[in-house]
Design a binder for this molecule. Structure first.
Ligand code: FPP
Length: 240
């Protein structure tokens, strides 16, 4: 892959990332899978910092899917405690970097101590005006759409909404992502060509970038490569 030191000129407003390959990264080194997640959390830190630096406005990270609950209990517990510790130790850094934390998903499924820390970090950073970091936790796009349909039906039943008025914009207002623009760029690490139940509604027009790099190896330079590639694609379309 070509690498350029030039500053990217075209910056996606919203980047979404499927962080994949932690398990393979650990396996290649004869380490437990949880070690891959631990080093993966360092990649999260690096990517948040770089997005802030580049002036990206929204960054959505697929940190735990609805399907991830099916993993061995030990791994789920390790991921939850890693998340809780990450939030606790990184909130001061988010404050320094003016990062506002948000979360999407069925957050009530998370262990209570994890929910408490999440809500504390969200409240602490709520007035920050830089990058909005959105963690997708216990998130599944089909579940989000089902929750959105229930919320729409509720509005219709209560007489707040006329069924005939429902269109794309109104539907989008009933999704977890109602406060954010759709992603401009979706990155998936570790080479898999799948969406894995991530933001199905929101990625209708999103540019897709897949890299063979495993998530623990995806750092600032790799994020820049993806942003450069996004800029090249945008320019090509602009010229047509
Ligand atoms: C996918 O790798 C990764 C996850 C299921 C979890 C992502 C979590 C982190 C990056 C660390 C913690 C996150 C935060 C926000 C602090 P995989 O286990 O599916 O890898 P594999 O496909 O190689 O098995």
């Amino acid at each position: 892959m070509s690498r350029t030191d030039e500053e990217p000129k075209i910056i996606p407003r919203h980047i979404a990332i499927i962080m994949d390959g932690n398990g393979r990264w650990a396996k290649e080194r004869g380490l437990p899978r949880t070690e891959g997640h631990r080093v993966g959390a360092d990649s999260v830190r690096a990517v948040v910092e770089e997005c802030s630096q580049l002036g990206v406005e929204f960054l959505t990270l697929y940190a735990f899917s609805s399907e991830n609950w099916k993993r061995p209990k030990r791994e789920v517990t390790a991921l939850m405690s890693l998340l809780e510790r990450f939030l606790k130790t990184k909130t001061p850094e988010m404050m320094e970097q003016n990062v506002r934390l948000q979360a999407i998903g069925r957050l009530h499924d998370l262990p209570p101590s994890c929910q408490d820390q999440l809500h504390r970090s969200i409240a602490t950073t709520s007035q920050n005006t830089g990058l909005t970091l959105i963690l997708a936790l216990s998130y599944g796009a089909r579940e989000e759409i089902i929750d959105g349909v229930k919320s729409l039906l509720d509005s219709v039943e209560k007489g707040h909404l006329d069924k005939a008025m429902i269109d794309n914009d109104i539907f989008a207002k009933h999704l977890y992502t109602r406060y954010y623009p759709d992603p401009d760029l979706l990155i998936r690490t570790s080479g898999e060509l799948r969406i894995s139940n991530f933001l199905l509604w929101q990625i209708s027009y999103t540019e897709f970038y897949v890299t063979e790099k495993l998530w623990p190896d995806f750092r600032k330079a790799e994020l820049r490569d993806a942003v450069h590639e996004y800029g090249r694609r945008q320019r090509r379309f602009g010229g047509v």
